[in-house]
Write a protein that binds this ligand. Structure first.
Ligand SMILES: CSC[C@@H](O)[C@@H](O)C(=O)COP(=O)(O)O
Length: 388
C-alpha cells in the first residue's frame, strides 16, 4: 500500500507573528510560516520584540474545511482545547505546553516595577495561568503532563538567572521539541504495534481488517498518530487491507476526522455507525481492534473515547484481539485503577441539539476499558500485556 502521509496536515505548530506580517505583505495569508519547529531567532522589528503564534488545525471545521486557528493569546488555546478545535490526548499535551509559552511571553511583556521582583512575580503569575490551562479538560493526563513539562522548564530557567523573556524563549524551544518528540514517539508506537499484527496476518494469509474508535490519528497528535500510527506502520508492511472506523457519537470524531485522515493518507477506510461493530465482528469481518487512550491507570485499565468499552466487550466476546496504543505520557501511576480516572462530562447539546422539555442528557466523553479486556498496550517502549 502506498501511503501518502505528506497529505496530512501538522496539527499544531509555532510561528513568529512577524511571519504573518510578511505573508500579508506578500498577499499570501495562508502561508505556513516557519513550519512549526525550527523558527530560528526572534525577529525584532523597530524595537518591538516578536511574539510567537501557535497555529492549530481547527478540527471542528473538518472535513468540510481545512483551516487553522492562529493566536498569541494563551486563553484562545485553552478555548480551542475546551471546544475540541484541538483534541486528542497527545495533541492537547503539546497545546498545554504551547499555552504556557504564550502566557510566559505575555507576562514577560507586562514586566514588573523592579527587575528584582519581576522574576518572582512572573513565576507566580505563570503558575496561575498553568493551573487554568491544565484544567481545560480533565481526562487526558497528557494535558497536565505538557503543562508540567513547561512549568519545570520555566522553573529551571528562572533558577539559572534567566529573565522572564529568556524563560519564554526557553518555553518556545520546549514546544518545538515536544512537537518533534511526539512524532518520534508515535512512529515508535507504530513500529511496536505493527509487530503483533504480523503473525495474525501470516496466520490468515492475507492483510487485516482493523476496527478503530474515535480518532487516535495524526490529527490527535502532533503528527502520525497512535492507533492510526500502528495502522500506518502496519500498512507500510503490507499488513492492512482496510480500516473500519466507528462513527463515534456524539461528536463524530470517526465520521469527521478518522475517515478523512485515512483517505488522505491512502488507507482504504469504511465508516460504520457505532451500533454496527457487533454484526461485523459476528460475521468475522474484523481481524483486530486498535484504539488510543487518554489515561492508563497503573493496573492497565485504559480510559478512551466513550464507546470504547463497548467495542472491547464485543472484541472479547468474538475473540478479536483488542490493542490500546498510546505514548508513555498517557500512563498515570497516580491512578491505581480506572476507577480513579476523572471522566469529563460534556454539554448536553452535543447529544441533543434541540432540548426537549423534561428530558435530561447524560454525556460522559470517555469510558474505561478494564485491563482484562485489553490484549496488549503498545507504547514507544514496547508491548505490555496488563491483563495476563
Ligand atoms: C491519540 S488520541 C487518543 C485519545 O485521545 C482519543 O482516542 C480520544 O478519545 C480523543 O477524545 P477527544 O474528546 O476527541 O479529545
Amino acid at each position: 500500500m502506498n501511503l501518502h502521509l505528506e497529505n496530512l496536515p501538522r496539527t499544531i505548530s509555532v510561528h513568529w507573528a512577524v511571519d504573518n506580517l510578511a505573508d500579508a505583505a506578500n498577499g499570501d495569508a495562508a502561508r505556513a510560516g516557519c513550519g512549526g519547529v525550527s523558527c530560528g531567532d526572534a525577529v525584532v522589528d523597530a524595537g518591538v520584540p516578536a511574539v510567537p503564534q501557535v497555529a492549530m488545525i481547527d478540527q471542528r471545521a473538518l472535513p468540510s474545511e481545512l483551516v487553522e486557528i492562529r493566536t498569541s493569546d494563551w486563553r484562545q488555546v485553552v478555548d480551542a482545547v475546551k471546544t475540541l478545535a484541538v483534541r486528542g490526548a497527545p495533541a492537547i499535551g503539546v497545546a498545554g505546553a504551547a499555552a504556557v509559552m504564550l502566557a510566559a511571553y505575555e507576562l514577560a511583556e507586562r514586566g514588573a516595577p523592579a527587575a528584582s521582583t519581576a522574576a518572582a512575580l512572573f513565576a507566580v503569575r505563570l503558575r496561575e495561568a498553568a493551573r487554568v490551562i491544565a484544567e481545560a479538560r480533565p481526562t487526558a493526563v497528557n494535558l497536565s503532563w505538557g503543562v508540567n513539562r513547561a512549568i519545570q522548564v520555566a522553573a529551571g530557567a528562572l533558577k539559572a538567572g534567566k529573565t522572564p523573556r529568556q524563560t519564554a524563549e526557553a518555553l518556545r524551544e520546549l514546544t518545538g521539541d515536544l512537537i518533534v518528540e511526539d512524532e518520534a514517539i508515535n512512529r515508535a508506537v507504530g513500529a511496536h504495534g505493527a509487530a503483533p499484527l504480523a503473525p495474525i496476518a501470516a496466520a490468515k494469509e492475507r492483510p487485516l481488517t482493523i476496527l478503530t474508535h474515535c480518532n487516535a490519528g495524526s490529527l490527535a497528535t502532533a503528527f502520525y498518530g497512535t492507533a492510526l500510527g500502528v495502522v500506518y506502520a502496519a500498512a507500510e508492511q503490507g499488513l492492512v487491507e482496510r480500516v473500519y472506523a466507528d462513527e463515534t457519537r456524539p461528536v463524530g470524531q470517526g465520521a469527521r476526522l478518522t475517515v478523512w485522515e485515512l483517505s488522505r493518507a491512502g488507507v482504504p477506510a469504511t465508516l460504520i455507525c457505532d451500533n454496527m461493530a457487533a454484526s461485523l465482528m459476528a460475521a468475522g469481518r474484523i481481524d483486530a481492534v486498535v484504539v488510543g487512550a487518554d489515561r492508563i491507570a497503573a493496573n492497565g485499565d485504559a480510559a478512551n473515547k466513550i464507546g470504547t468499552l463497548g467495542v472491547a466487550v464485543l472484541a472479547h466476546h468474538f475473540g478479536v484481539p483488542f490493542y490500546v496504543a498510546a505514548p508513555e505520557s498517557t500512563r498515570d501511576n497516580a491512578c491505581a485503577t480506572g476507577a480513579d480516572i476523572p471522566i469529563e462530562e460534556r454539554d448536553a447539546a452535543e447529544v441533543l441539539a434541540h432540548p426537549i422539555e423534561g428530558v435530561e442528557v447524560f454525556n460522559p466523553a470517555f469510558d474505561v476499558t478494564p485491563a482484562a479486556l485489553i490484549t496488549a498496550i503498545i507504547t514507544e517502549k514496547g508491548v505490555w500485556h496488563p491483563g495476563s
